[in-house]
Design a protein around this ligand. Structure first.
Ligand code: ZN
Length: 180
């Protein structure tokens, strides 16, 4: 696994991010820097829908797209919107530990019976739904998926800075990832 870089003080933020929304995000969330006021979004954040995560950031600071696993493959129009209309130059992709979109197959029976019991679906609809969609939303491994999504978005939006980060549920901190 690529090395996680903890942000315990401003000096831990790499030079290349100083004076960018990436450094601001890390300072707000990890270092509790007082909030500035923003009129426009400074960046786009892509993160998982998981309820255990909450970012400590000011109003207006970021567009945020939350999806299962932080997967932006099916949210591309919204990414394009943030860039074309919102003029963001940075996208921060946030993976996290213990993601529910890892090994969906192990949850197949619970997913199907849950839909039947909780939503009133017929069992065969629920089965088809799972079989059709689970391969699209399975992420395999949190960090591997995050790095492949980073690579894909860098190719797709070549003038935009794509920065992967990791949210560790155990301490609720954001980490940078040292890339090879
Ligand atoms: Zn997740």
């Amino acid at each position: 696994m690529d090395r996680l870089i903890p942000i315990l003080k401003t000096n831990d933020i790499p030079e290349k991010y100083i004076q960018t929304p990436v450094a601001q995000l890390l300072e707000y969330h990890d270092l509790n820097t007082p909030f500035e006021t923003y009129d426009n979004a400074q960046l786009l954040i892509g993160m998982c829908m998981d309820n255990r995560k909450n970012l400590n950031i000011p109003d207006n600071f970021a567009y945020i797209i939350r999806t299962g696993g932080g997967n932006l493959r099916y949210s591309e129009f919204k990414v394009s919107y943030a860039i074309a209309i919102g003029k963001v130059k940075y996208i921060v992709l946030i993976g996290h530990s213990n993601c529910g979109m890892v090994d969906l197959f192990s949850k197949k029976e619970a997913f199907i019976s849950g839909l039947v019991e909780e939503a009133g679906w017929q069992r065969d609809w629920a089965e088809d739904h799972f079989i059709h969609f689970s391969p699209m939303f399975e992420i395999g491994s949190e960090i591997d998926f995050l790095m492949s999504e980073t690579k894909r978005l860098r190719l797709r939006y070549s003038k935009i800075n794509i920065v992967p980060m990791y949210y560790q549920l155990e301490d609720n901190k954001l980490y940078l990832i040292e890339e090879h």
